[in-house]
Design a protein around this ligand. Structure first.
Ligand code: ATP
Length: 440
């Protein structure tokens, strides 16, 4: 396809959409300017292996109509595979997929009413922005004969359809700030502009569901921040269902309505970004979400006495004689004090030596090599709290907030300080005393 080369302006004609979604069945008449129809996505028990490697191990997920859902997790956890199965580019070994109420497992990609934006943008280098953005519509709305060079234009309906496509492209390009770049080729665009063209190419189709596979990963740090905001705004404007894949927890936290945290082919937790941060149900979630990452301190519970780095922490609510536990403390939950500072029955503490100080302007990260701990503990404090601190200085880190996990990494929610106070935000919200958990 060389060019749609059309100058016809917007017409008031209507388009008949062919779509697996009953809400936009064959007979539905959709105006070219109207926002896309939304759709929920239901994923049930998906399993997928490549050879002997199980990549998805029974993933189930309900994505609401118009929701911004992010799949986040470390490299290789199966995010892209799940997205490709949703798009119809790969097939699951087991499980079922629905868009709206329609099963789509058996449908080819072009009949699923989804549009995918890839990490690599996948733009045609020899086509202009206008041509790249028009291509999906040309392929869908013109017959093979109508797409023929020269002759196709003279077939009935071609010129009208080309006019509508061009109008849609111009309108979409304007909304993405690409209006004056329509004749440029991808090589003449910045990374951010290319990424917006890739988004625009998905948008012109007005899909029910947008699938995005790490669309920001080729951008530099500054552009990522601004494009992140643009994608979130785009979602609000379109109101369409977005399924977004990233390994960057900051992207997941800043853009999503809900986040599915994946690891090893499973969803560990599905929650809002804040809930994932405040109330992780698994140690791996607590460690993955948050920058700098949560400090994990090994703890032992022996005859109801809990010790962290040889200090007794006044935590109660776990029954057991000999248990290995993990205590996660987010960097901003620490307070700094001198080693003779008094601690209350609602605090845990460790002593150590300052090993490094990072001044970030709005905050300071203090790295502390704690007594009897292998790893360095990081505290995030206001600059004034760390003023005058020097490497090598001895200090006490104390905290009133902790997350406690058993040896398998599952959260123990029943824990309280000796004074009865909750030790985490979620428990503080809960009413009444928490039951004592018995950990095997
Ligand atoms: P990343 O963030 O690095 O893209 P991901 O979470 O998206 O990772 P996937 O791309 O879904 O992970 O890959 C999951 C696992 O499946 C990886 O171990 C990968 O090597 C493997 N895998 C993916 N596609 C294939 C394939 N076509 N053949 C064999 N193995 C594959």
């Amino acid at each position: 396809m060389r060019s749609i080369g059309c100058s016809v302006r917007v017409t008031e004609s209507l388009i008949v959409l062919t779509c697996p979604n009953p809400k936009i069945s064959e007979s539905s008449l959709i105006h070219p300017k109207r926002a896309s129809v939304m759709a929920s996505v239901r994923i049930q028990g998906l399993r997928k292996s490549f050879g002997n490697t199980a990549v998805l191990r029974g993933v189930s997920l309900d994505i609401h109509d118009g929701e911004f859902m992010t799949l986040v997790g470390p490299s290789g956890c199966g995010k892209t595979t799940l997205l490709r199965i949703l798009a119809g580019l790969d097939h699951a070994d087991e499980g079922a997929l629905f868009i709206g109420d329609t099963p789509v497992d058996h449908l080819p990609p072009k009949r699923r009413d989804v549009a995918m934006v890839f990490q690599s943008y996948a733009l045609y280098p020899y086509m202009s922005v206008r041509q790249n953005m028009a291509l999906p519509l040309l392929m869908r709305r013109l017959s093979r004969m109508q797409r023929m060079p020269l002759m196709g234009r003279w077939l009935p309906g071609t010129r009208t359809t080309l006019g509508e496509i061009d109008s849609t492209v111009i309108e979409t390009a304007e909304s993405l700030g690409l209006g004056n770049l329509l004749e440029r080729r991808p090589a003449q665009l910045s990374g951010g502009q290319r990424q917006r063209v890739a988004l625009g190419r998905a948008m012109v189709r007005q899909p029910s569901v947008f699938l995005m596979d790490e669309p920001l990963s080729n951008l530099d740090a500054k552009l990522r921040v601004s494009t992140r905001a643009e994608i979130a705004q785009l979602h609000r404007r379109l109101g369409t269902t977005f399924v977004y894949v990233t390994h960057d927890q900051v992207e997941a936290m800043t853009m999503s309505d809900r986040v599915a945290m994946m690891m090893d082919g499973e969803i560990l937790q599905l929650a809002s970004p804040q809930e994932l941060y405040d109330d992780p149900s698994d140690l791996r979630v607590a460690e993955f979400i948050g920058t700098p990452k949560a400090n994990t301190l090994p703890a032992t519970l022996r005859h109801d006495v809990l010790r962290v780095a040889n200090e007794v922490w006044p935590l109660h609510g776990i029954a057991g004689h000999e248990l290995q536990l993990s205590i996660a403390v987010r960097p901003e939950w620490w307070s700094l004090g001198s080693t003779n500072a008094r601690v209350s029955p609602s605090e845990g503490w460790i002593d150590g030596d300052v090993s490094h100080i990072e001044l970030l302007g709005s905050e300071t990260l203090v790295h502390v090599q704690a007594n009897d701990l292998d790893s360095v503990v990081v505290a995030r404090v206001a600059p004034e709290a760390a003023r005058g601190l020097l490497p090598g200085q001895r200090l006490r880190l104390s905290t009133r907030r902790v997350l406690v996990f058993d040896a398998q990494g599952s959260r123990i929610r029943s824990v309280r300080w000796a004074g009865g106070q909750a030790c985490d935000a979620a428990s503080a919200d809960a009413e009444g005393p928490a039951p004592v958990a018995r950990v095997a």
